[in-house]
Every structure is written in structure tokens, then in C-alpha cells.
Ligand binder design. Sequence first.
Ligand code: SAM
Ligand code: SF4
Length: 464
Amino acid sequence: MSHDTITIDDGAIARAIANAATPSESQIAEIIAKGRTLNGLSREDVAVLLNVHAPEHLSQLFEAARYVKETIYGKRLVIFSPLYISNLCQNECTYCAFRVRNKSIARRALTQPEIESEVQELLRQGHKRILLVAGESYPKQGFQYVLDAIHTIYEARADGANIRRVNVNVAPLSVEEFKNLAQAKIGTYQLFQETYHRDTYKSVHIRGQKADYDYRLSAIDRAMTAGIEDVGIGVLFGLSDYRYEILAMLAHIQHLEERFGVGPHTISVPRLEPASGSEIATHPPQPVSDLDFQKIVAILRLAVPYTGIIMSTRETAHIRRETFALGVSQISAGSRTTPGGYANDSPEEVGAQFSLGDHRSLDEVIRDVASLGYIPSFCTGCYRLGRVGQDFMDLARPGDIKHHCDPNAFSTFLEYLLDYAGDTTRQQGLESIEKSLATLEPEPRRISERLMEQVRQGKRDVFC
Ligand code: SAM
Ligand code: SF4
């Protein structure tokens, strides 16, 4: 079979699910033990875990996921903010408020000065990492609009601070366009397949370029062919059976590993949220319960231990708190899904893509995350030192990445506390730095203390 094309074999997935329908006690224990070795799981193993429902088995699974997360990622949690630059869209995705036929929202593509104002507002809050998001229809400049926006974001300044990493979530591109995106120095290119289930896909993408399932499925290949080394994938949970989606996503990952030698840098796990003008978003055909959502995160943590997992503000503060420990490595905070929503702080309903579950400010999220014992990280070190794609995975696999991530998390958290935090957050954050520092091994601790001393002396953007 050629490595150039992806095959999502529905028959094989259905058989894997059916064969794993009634796993034995010992089978489950064996697979969970295998997950704890940090070597990942096969698709057959994952099919078994997807069929685990008994509370005692779920708690064993969650316990193992906590162990893997803690061992590989320690207490760090990377923080980013989405930046919606435009809600113009030519597609008709039945679940999204930006769909072309939806007349209930105000349409807007931000101008470059407006994008700059948004970025300045995010910088004033303390953000360093942005995820650029747009609908699939650009103003008259076409795709150049997105490239200009990336340039504007990197160039924007507020009190000397700047955005250090721009990740991008825009519609699939040609190889040539992806090359331009790579040259614009983006971090990760993210694209969610939404659903890997072809018939479901057809029924919810009824107009525009996005109706082409294969063009979307092959987009990550084009991005990697064009030289984008960090890619992110995801499923929009609620459209189809989550067990099918996870197994199909693992087939996608395996394909990328076989073809490019490295899988995705991140996996996103959005669940359908209510969206203005969308019936299906309010009543998902295959809703994923909170418990199943946690199960999904835990299984992914064991299956692909070195791939980052991203959880957005679609989820409530409560669910986010409960799920961090199971394997999430990145979260958004203080988000708006309306173009212009930061500078104007406009009510969400006006042009938002979907309803948020977590409405708290960045400062509140940081305080909460720190009180749970995590170190919020604004680190952008890997990408700026060229530790991307295969190089990142080579470092990550033996666990060496911790020696970089931990110190960079401490230094960027301290920057946040000194430059942006409210008084209570600063005080609590400084205490949690002391506590967490004490748990580090001597070498990363020494490096962390060195970097933090530089920050205390007034240096900014120090990383290793
Ligand atoms: N327009 C591009 C596309 O569709 O790939 C990129 C940006 S789109 C705004 C980002 C993601 O938002 C989509 O991939 C989809 O998964 C998610 N999304 C759309 N409607 C949603 C909803 N009602 N609830 C949660 N996520 C949603
Ligand atoms: Fe457009 Fe993306 Fe929304 Fe679909 S999900 S309507 S492509 S913005």
C-alpha cells in the first residue's frame, strides 16, 4: 500500500470495536499497565479501553493517565489565546455560526490595524502565544490576508512586549500556499477533520470547498510536504460515535508517522457547543458525556503519550479542572470567538462562532490553575530554537524535553506574575512556584532558578 494516501478502513474499525466489546478484567489491566510504560498503545488496545465503562476500570485508566501526564509533562500547562480575525465563510458546516447561510450574526473581517489592536489587548493581558482562526473566505487580498495578519501579529507591540508564537487554524491550502505559511514563521498548523466518518461528514458539510472530505483529510499531508513540521489534528466530538473517531484518528496518526517519520504535535478535543443559527450544535447527534470526554483524554494520553492535548474554553471551568490531570498539556484562556472581541469586548452573541463554557479572564484562569498545583507556561522555546517535528519527538521520547520545558515554564510564569498579574494571583503564583520548584530534580531546578533570576533582574524572554 502506498504511504501517500490515508486509508480510513471502516470495516477494520467496526471489527476492532466489536472484537473488544466485552474485555476481560485481565485484558484491561494488562493494557493499562502497558500504557504506563510510556510506549503508547496499539489500535486494538485502544478499542478495548474505549469499551471500558465500569467505575473501577475507569478509575484505573484515569490513574494511569495521570501518571503518564505527570511523568512526561510534570505540572506545566501551556496557555494560549485564540484570535478570530474574520468570520466570513463560504462553507455551510451545519454546526457553525459562521456558515454562509446563517443570517443571524454580524459579518466582519478585521483590518490589519484592527488585528493590531486585538493583539495589543492580548499582550496587555499577558499573552505570548496566539492561535489565529478564520472562516474560509478572505477579503479581496485572498490568502495573502492571512499572511499579512500573521505579520501584523508578530510586529504588534504593547509596552515592549510581543507575541512569540503564532499557531494557525485556517482552511486547507495547496502545497504552495502551505509553503508561504511556513515562511511566515508559524508555529503549529492546526486542522480538525471534524468527523472521520465519511457519511456523517457529507451530511454536515453541505456546501463549499469543505464539502470535499478527501481534500480535507489530505491537508495535513500537504502541510507537512510543504515543510510545516508541527501540525495539529482534532475531531469535533458530538457528530459521530466517539469510539469510531478515536480509532480513525489513530489511523491518521499512523499514516503521518509512516509517511513523514513523525505524527502530529497536538491533538485538539473540541466538543460541539451551542452556536447561533445551528440546530445540530444545540442538539448534537452523538453527544459525548463529561465522563466519556474525560475517558477520551485519558485514552489519548496513554495511546500517544508525547503528543500534546489541547482543551479550549468550550469546556466549563469545572470540566477543565477535572480534566487537566488526565493528560491535557495546553489550554486557551480568556477567549473570545468574535472578530474584534478583545479590543471591544463585544457581547459574544454578535458574531461569535460558538458559546464559551469558560468565561473567566486570563488572570482568573491562571490563579485557578496555579492553585491546583500547575505551572502555567507561556513558553515558546522549542519552536524558536528549532526543536520542532522529528527533533522535538526525539527529545520528548526519552523524557529529556522536561529539562527545557520546566525551566521555561517557571521563567515565563514568573514574567507573567511580575508584569501582568493582579495582586492575589501574584502572591499565590509566587507561592506555587516555590512549592513546585521543590519537586524538581536537581538539574532542571538549577536551570529554572538561573532563568528566574534573570527575569527578576529585569530580563525578558529568557528560555533554554
Ligand atoms: N474555518 C476553518 C475550518 O473550518 O477548518 C478554520 C477555523 S474553524 C472557525 C475552527 C474550528 O471550530 C472548526 O474546525 C470546528 O471544529 C470548530 N467549531 C465549529 N463550530 C463549532 C461549535 N458549534 N462548537 C464547537 N466547535 C466548533
Ligand atoms: Fe466556516 Fe470553519 Fe465554520 Fe465551517 S467550521 S462554517 S469552514 S468557519
